[in-house]
Design a protein around this ligand. Structure first.
Ligand code: SAH
Ligand code: SF4
Ligand code: F3S
Length: 468
């Protein structure tokens, strides 16, 4: 047996698997891509303890809510879900069957003790920096303790998590997320992230390259690097020279078998020259950039502590477009930030007209206790926010549809990702992250094929295989 197969055998039969066999975990993920990545890693940590992932709550022995705190509604959802889980726990107790409830993610971090106080049915509360300790936390909970573990661990959780490509039963895909950076030091006045995820930490380059290589060896063709503020990533090359996200992308682009790279989410202030060069030089860096601006009024941007004005943002987008002309932009917007007047809102509409987005997310400002925005005067009335959001979304939707329609008739590369609904049909991803349906009998998942776009629906595109 080679060392490699020995390792595989060891992880395929985790210690204690027989004792803990048959336990099933259902993980419900709320929030951003980083939570999606974390849920995968938590599932790996639990697999090493004999837990098998399940898609339904009904047959789960453990339900883990991986939560989001970004807007009030997101946080509220957690408490209503917990109310329902409490009832399930009661019913299971009557049957004499174990049912454990865990809360992870950003609500766990922000309101750990509060969750434990409000919802006694919760067994474990675990923060985004401590989830490698989840198996121990469950053991402690099983012996009667209520565990709230949300401190910022001194150890690096990534060093303590199982290798995702060696976990038995791990769903495989040709696309994968890879968290390279966590936390945020920007302190936008509306945002909870610096409080829930802590200050910026970059994973070391060797750890990232190693994880990327393993994912590629396991069949991944497209990698999306993740960070709450991913373009603030920094590290050191082999000679000790400080490097940034641009250099990291050049390094990852050398991995044989990797076909596509993306990264998200970026702050306009951290788009440096090297990163823009990477967009110019690396064909495998997809021509699609999520670059939130939040608002178009300089007064509001200042109150938001975004540290750039509208002109800076427009100039930056021009430089990026000069480097990579086929790049499409996506963004995030907040309407109704405290003090936003109709003229301020109009400046957001004007900026959207100037930039032209292929895709965007827009939200009504939600007051987050503990953030500086909560204490600002002149909060905007709910009906005004609703009305402005509708106007903004109408414009953004039109831009999105215009972008999709502009592709009709053109040939593009498609990464085939999963089977479609019809026999012979596959669903792939365009370079601009659109879902594309194609009849491609001769191709298989993981192939990148040339297709011609034939039609654009509201949520996806349709294509035929291009000849030649
Ligand atoms: N790090 C990313 C954003 C993370 S949060 C960035 O800097 O852009 C994702 C989005 O949620 C934000 O871009 C913002 O548009 C929105 N958001 C954050 N806090 C919010 C709040 N209090 N109310 C409404 N939307 C909010
Ligand atoms: Fe939040 Fe601003 Fe940091 Fe983005 S850059 S995570 S919006 S504080
Ligand atoms: Fe939500 Fe936390 Fe992500 S607050 S958006 S899950 S970083």
């Amino acid at each position: 047996m080679t060392q490699d197969t020995a390792l595989l055998a060891a992880t395929d039969q985790p210690q204690g698997a027989t004792a803990l066999a048959e336990r099933k975990v259902f993980i419900k993920t709320y929030g951003c891509q980083m939570n999606v990545y974390d849920s995968g890693r938590m599932s790996d940590a639990l697999a090493a303890e004999g837990y098998v992932a399940t898609e339904t709550m009904d047959d789960a022995d453990l339900v883990l809510l991986n939560t989001c705190h970004i807007r009030e509604k997101a946080a509220e959802k957690v408490y209503s879900a917990l109310g329902r889980l409490r009832e399930t726990k009661k019913a299971r107790a009557a049957e004499g069957r174990e049912f454990m409830i865990g809360v992870a993610g950003c609500v766990a971090q922000a309101e750990g003790d509060e969750i434990a106080r409000r919802e006694p049915a919760v067994d474990v509360v675990i923060g985004p920096q401590t989830y490698h300790r989840l198996p121990q936390a469950l053991k402690r909970a099983r012996s009667g303790e209520r565990v709230v573990d949300t401190e910022y661990a001194l150890e690096d959780k990534f060093e303590h998590l199982p290798d995702p490509t060696r976990v038995k039963g791990r769903a495989r895909s040709v696309t994968a997320f890879l968290t390279v950076q966590e936390g945020c030091d920007k302190f936008c006045t509306f945002c909870v992230v610096p409080y829930t995820r802590g200050s910026e930490v970059s994973r070391p380059i060797a750890q990232i390259v190693s994880e990327a290589e393993k994912l590629v060896a396991a069949g991944v063709r497209e990698l999306t690097l993740l960070g709450q503020n991913v373009n603030a990533w920094h590290g050191m090359d082999a000679s000790g020279r400080p490097i940034g996200l641009g250099d990291l992308l050049y390094r990852l682009a050398d991995i044989p078998g990797l076909a596509r790279l993306r990264y998200t989410t970026s702050h306009p202030r951290d788009m440096d020259d090297r990163l823009i060069e990477a967009h110019r030089d690396l064909r495998m860096l997809m021509p699609y950039l999520h670059l939130p601006v939040q608002a178009g009024s300089d007064r509001i941007l200042k109150a938001m502590n975004r540290r750039h004005n509208a002109a800076d943002y427009i100039a930056l987008v021009e430089r990026i477009r000069a480097a990579r002309p086929d790049i499409a932009l996506s963004g995030d917007f907040i309407v109704g930030f405290p003090g936003e007047t109709e003229a301020d809102f109009q400046a957001t509409m004007d900026l959207v007209e100037t930039i032209g987005y292929a895709q965007a997310y827009s939200f009504k400002y939600s007051t987050r206790p503990g953030t500086p925005g909560a204490d600002l005067p002149d909060h905007v009335a709910e009906d005004v926010k609703t009305e402005r959001l509708a106007r903004l979304q109408e414009l953004l939707l039109k831009q999105q549809q215009d972008f999709s329609r502009s592709l009709i008739g053109s040939e593009i590369d498609l990464l085939l990702e999963k089977p479609g609904r019809m026999p012979g049909q596959l669903i792939g991803r365009s370079p601009w992250l659109q879902s594309v349906n194609v009849d491609a009998n001769q191709s298989k998942i993981g192939d990148i094929i040339n297709v011609r776009i034939t039609a654009a629906g509201p949520n996806s595109l349709f294509a035929e295989v291009a000849e030649g």
